[in-house]
Design a protein. Sequence first.
Length: 265
Amino acid sequence: MLRSALLNVMVAAARKAGRTLKRDFGEVEHLQVSLKGPANFVTAADRKAEETLKAELAKARPGYGFLGEEGGLQAGDDPSHTWIVDPLDGTTNFLHGIPQFAISIALEREGTIVAGVIYNPANEELFIAERGKGAFLNDQRIRVAGRQRLADAVICCGLPHYGRGDLAVFRKEFALVQEKVAGLRRFGAAALDLGWVAAGRFDAFWERDLSPWDMAAGILMIREAGGYVTDCDGRDAMLTSKSIVCGNETMHREIIGLLKTAGKT
């Protein structure tokens, strides 16, 4: 596929930060055996990746705002454009040497996500999308899965930790969905979960208590792959409500229905 200049900038930034993350990920294995463990090392890797992304994106598009997991919102001279960046989605996976983590970059223009990149340096999978131009995995066009029956579907979900998120709500939702589907999965990196729905690997995905940088690129990816995406109440307010549901039209509708039923029990 022919990438726009904008996507080339985003991909180059992701690959540069990804090279450092991949080297750091290689070191994590050796740190697993130490008494202190790799936690401090991974925190430093996360910050270093965000600094690289910020510098590369600013060099190509000076003046754009920057919303990152580590540094928060930093306004730019151009108020109509904001980068929304997660330098290391799936930190816990990274910490434990599990190669399911990603860099996520989205560009918001006047309140609309217009471009997105999700990149897993561990296996070189690169998901890209630009508004109105489709979604791609390693330059091959991707589409959401076409399954129409929950009984045939493999669904991905988030899993709240103690002290974060509403465990009681999740248990109700999980129980209702589990009895309807072929399988449930929890992979631990929301950006990649969204990319995998866009690629048809998962039939649907839902999660609560996410941050904008977890979802922004993936929201565009799903839509450009022909899918439907809303928050858990069926509204187009994912970035503010901090929840998301996505899949093809049927799967999205069915999961939304189950979540609403769970909320009444």
